[in-house]
Design a protein around this ligand. Structure first.
Ligand code: FAD
Length: 279
């Protein structure tokens, strides 16, 4: 049996972490409990974060949207701030798991799991999200791209937790999220793509960002291809060219969900697919 701790405050959490160096942190448990069961072993101790209310808050202050790491995916879907200010994240979360998973799973757990298929990750990369990491020693903030180090790998230090996600509350452009899975719901992404597009009244691109998930060890972006789109008409030709080049550069693998060739083929069409939503 694992010993279970449920601190109610951050001040109460850190001494428990120090005294139980082999303990694992539990948020919603939708990744962790599956992993524990598959491993066939029990951790010495489990520290649940669910009672630390301050880790669940979603707020906007001084130009920054702050999402507590323990905000569940359903909290994000219900939040007016997320829906109105960063709809691309809202779209991604609506495609994540099932109602049960969205009520239990948290944004912090999705980030810390660092799966190449994590649905919140492509939008967070595009939105210049930074992560607030808290330990007894204080708070440090790093960009999400510096936190995720590879499949299942993050740069959290000993006795440190992810406490919040920080996103600049500026105009980010129109957001799109595309997820291709093996079925319509409850599917892990075979490939995903988030995009943020800004155009002028004549339909000329003034800003373009896109990021792919599930086609490399981490989220993949191509800033040079994004810059090349600026100044071009937001039309099939430019998107098709960028899609072809991105499909050449991604690093997909063949796994139980799809072949690398299939992922490359779909990547080529995903950018084009965002034009379908235009009037
Ligand atoms: C049936 C099913 C379907 C799923 N579908 C999807 C899907 O469509 N898309 C998708 O992206 N994911 C999916 N998942 C994976 C999972 O639900 C998500 O990744 C979820 O966001 C994980 O959050 P959690 O709170 O449950 O994390 P947990 O399982 O509690 O934790 C995951 C890991 O992160 C660590 N951790 C959690 N919070 C913190 C923190 N604040 N600080 C430090 N470390 C922390 C834990 O120690 C653990 O190692 C699915 C899972 C299942 C079981």
């Amino acid at each position: 049996m694992s010993e279970v701790f449920l601190p109610a405050t951050l001040a109460g959490l850190f001494p428990i972490m120090e005294q139980n160096p082999d303990a694992v942190l539990l948020a919603g448990g939708t990744d962790l409990l599956v992993r524990i069961r598959a491993s066939g072993t029990r951790p010495q101790a489990i520290i649940g974060l669910e009672r630390i209310v301050s880790l669940r808050e979603i707020s906007m202050n001084d130009g920054t949207i702050r999402i507590g790491a323990m905000a569940t995916h359903q909290h994000l879907l219900d939040s007016g701030i997320i829906k109105s200010c960063i709809p691309v994240l809202h779209q991604a979360v609506s495609a994540l798991g099932s109602p049960q998973i969205r009520h239990m799973g948290t944004i912090g757990g999705n980030i810390c799991t660092a799966s190449p298929a994590g649905d919140t990750l492509p939008p967070l990369y595009l939105l210049d999200a930074c992560l607030e990491l808290t330990s007894k020693a204080g708070i440090r903030t790093i960009p999400i791209s510096g936190f995720i180090a590879g499949p299942g790998l993050n740069t959290l230090q000993k006795n440190e937790i992810l406490s919040a996600v920080l996103i600049p509350a500026r105009v980010h452009g129109t957001g799109y999220y595309r997820k291709v899975g093996q079925r319509r719901s409850l599917a892990i992404a075979v490939i995903s793509m988030a995009a943020l597009v800004m155009t002028d009244p004549d339909g000329i691109i003034t800003g373009f960002r896109f990021a792919f998930g599930s086609v490399g060890p981490t989220v993949m972006r191509f800033p040079d291809l994004e810059s090349e789109l600026v100044g071009k008409r937001f039309a099939d030709e430019a998107l098709s060219e960028a899609g072809k080049e991105a499909a050449r550069r991604i690093m997909p693998i063949t796994d139980i969900r799809a072949s690398a060739e299939y992922r490359r083929m779909v990547a080529e069409t995903l950018l084009l697919s965002i034009r379908e939503e235009l009037p």
